[in-house]
Design a binder for this molecule. Structure first.
Ligand code: ARG
Length: 583
């Protein structure tokens, strides 16, 4: 469906032409004075310079050429603005078309394209902590947004499952349990099916080993050797690695499920490893990769760089491939297997420089096509309520699972206290409200900005919160349930100001989703549904809906709130949560 702005701009351009002026002056924008009008055109002011006459004269001539049926008000005002208010019949036609169209007629700008969203950023053998909340939530929302806009989407968690972190665990395990068959070079049997550690042991082994590495040079060397041998295919170490993967992945799946975050691909750094040698060879052959101080690097600085962009290091002087190498090799794999048109990475914004280097190397080295869109969504930090870094009472890093359960417990308290649902529905209702509180609390902020986590505020049923949005949906659902079948009812022209405001808000769905996509800003969707929910509630308070005696009018009201409900639900689905039946 065409956007309203495009429709009225086309009409305005026609009116300029009909009045004898250049159509190019007919651009219409959303009004910056909503108290005066809904849309405006300032073209007469610019045209006046070219035609050497008073702007108001042009504006008046243009206004006379517009189709009055489309507007409740169309005015030429001094010095030469054209102010517009859409007519009820225009809005009725437009919303009825939205109601009947697939996905509300939003233009599928991604049709035929593939987008990879790389988000989550989990590492095996380490528990997810609160730093993993934002990349999971923002990445999931951006992926769903791309999908809604027509892209074929692939979400890839890009696990940190390779390299020194695994070598450290192997080395520490060898210190603790030297008799395990994995360490016996003469062992020829089958390795045990059971992992030689539980999840909680594993989560303790890694930090211990990591700390030891800093103090104990001999141990550090052992870990490096183990890493190298693992990557060369040492069978015992590979078997330990498989155990680490299985134990960790089970837990990662469980926690991402709690967040309703789902990856199409659980690939990791290890999956990129086989692509490294050929890639390095080609980059060397083509002269992109050069030796510098014993390391193989890819210079990516460009003329006009405002700050220094150091070369991308491909192979360190000790022979190890690193983070950037893996990211480049992962692009090789993605281009080969999926040929994406777009790759979007969601990580902490402190990785900005890394992605700048990697993207430049990918383009210069021909790893992606010149037109492949590469984007990094660098998110800010989630701080405590006091604005200080989020810490547990003993100064440690809070686990993501703990944060989720803190929110869930708080919301459960409200659900039980307010006797919202019967006992057997408490868990499900609680989970939905808690997830909305957590996700909306995050997503309503611009991704790049830091924000403060405030459990009580995020979980409030009033204000700019997830639960408020859910509450609005639940309110509409209950009216619709009392009414009966409603899906077939048509939209009617507005009969009061709050109905018209609601209709205008609904028309902004398409432009909002498009802007959110183009700027990777789910917060724009939050701002939109907050406005839409406000319009619904105002309409509800100012209009007798079920009590309306005129059956025709009542049907129109029901159709309107039904459409609003479907749009709110579609938007929260993109954001990654859903509404309960009662609240
Ligand atoms: N595992 C990484 C970390 O903990 C994040 C991975 C982000 N994705 C990527 N393709 N580099 O920082």
């Amino acid at each position: 469906m065409k956007r309203i702005l495009d429709i009225i701009t086309a009409n305005m351009q026609q009116a300029f032409a009909d009045a004898g002026y250049d159509a190019a002056f007919g651009t219409v924008t959303v009004s910056n004075r909503p108290d005066l009008c809904e849309y405006q055109c300032n073209g007469a002011l610019a045209a006046a310079k070219q035609y050497k006459c008073a702007p108001i004269q042009i504006a008046s001539a243009v206004v006379a050429k517009l189709d009055a049926n489309d507007y409740d008000m169309v005015e030429a005002v001094m010095p030469g603005f054209i102010n517009l208010k859409l007519s009820g019949s225009f809005l009725q036609r437009y919303l009825e078309e939205m109601r009947l169209a697939e996905d509300f007629g939003v233009e599928k700008t991604g049709a035929g394209k593939t987008a990879v969203v790389d988000y989550g950023g989990a590492n095996v053998a380490k528990p997810l902590h609160i730093g993993h909340l934002r990349p999971a939530i923002i990445g999931e929302a951006l992926k769903r947004l791309h999908k809604f806009m027509g892209y074929n989407t692939i979400g890839d968690v890009h696990l940190g499952d390779w390299g020194l972190q695994i070598g450290l665990i192997v080395a520490e395990l060898q210190v603790r349990k030297p008799d395990l068959p994995y360490f016996d070079p003469d062992f020829t049997g089958e390795y045990p099916k059971e992992a030689p550690f539980t999840l909680s042991e594993l989560e303790e082994i890694y930090p211990t080993a990591s700390a030891k590495k800093k103090e104990d040079a001999e141990f550090a060397e052992k870990a490096h050797v183990a890493t190298f041998e693992l990557q060369q295919g040492h069978p015992g170490y590979r078997a330990i690695w498989q155990h680490i993967m299985r134990v960790s992945l089970e837990d990662l799946h469980r926690i991402y499920d709690l967040l309703d975050v789902h990856f199409e691909k659980w690939l990791g750094e290890s999956d990129a490893d086989p692509y490294i040698p050929a890639m390095i060879q080609r980059l060397k052959d083509e002269g992109h990769a050069v030796m510098s101080e014993g390391a193989l690097v890819f210079p990516v600085a460009e003329e006009g760089d405002k700050k220094e962009v150091p070369p991308c290091i491909l192979v360190k002087s000790d022979g190890a491939a690193i983070y950037a190498t893996t990211d480049l090799a992962t692009m090789v794999q993605r281009m080969q297997d999926w040929a994406p048109d777009k790759m979007l990475y969601v990580t902490d914004k402190r990785q900005n420089l890394h992605f700048e280097q990697v993207f430049r190397a990918a383009k210069k080295g021909g790893i992606v096509r010149p037109e492949t869109e590469l984007g990094h969504v660098g998110h800010g930090t989630m701080n405590g309520k006091d604005g200080k870094p989020f810490k547990t009472r003993d100064g440690g890093v809070l686990r993501l699972e703990q944060l989720i359960s803190d929110m869930t417990d708080f919301v459960r308290g409200k659900v039980v206290e307010n006797k919202i649902v019967s006992d057997d529905e408490v868990d499900e209702t609680t989970a939905k409200i808690a997830l909305a509180a957590l996700k909306y609390g995050d997503l309503s902020n611009q991704p790049t900005k830091d924000y403060n986590f405030d459990l009580e505020r995020f979980a409030a049923f009033e204000g700019n919160t997830g639960p408020y949005i859910l509450y609005t949906i639940v309110r509409i659902k209950s009216i619709l349930a009392k009414f009966g079948a409603w899906e077939h009812l048509s939209i009617q022209a507005p009969t009061n100001a709050s109905a018209k405001d609601l209709m205008l808000s609904i028309t902004k769905l398409g432009p909002t989703l498009e802007a959110a996509l183009n700027t990777s800003s789910p917060n724009q969707i939050c701002a939109y549904i907050y406005d839409l929910a406000g319009c619904v509630n105002k309409f509800y308070h100012e209009t007798r809906i079920l009590g309306e005696e005129d059956g025709n009018l009542k049907n129109g009201y029901i159709a309107l709130i039904g459409l609003a409900k479907r749009i709110l639900e579609a938007c929260i689905h993109i954001l990654g949560f859903s509404a309960p039946e009662k609240m």
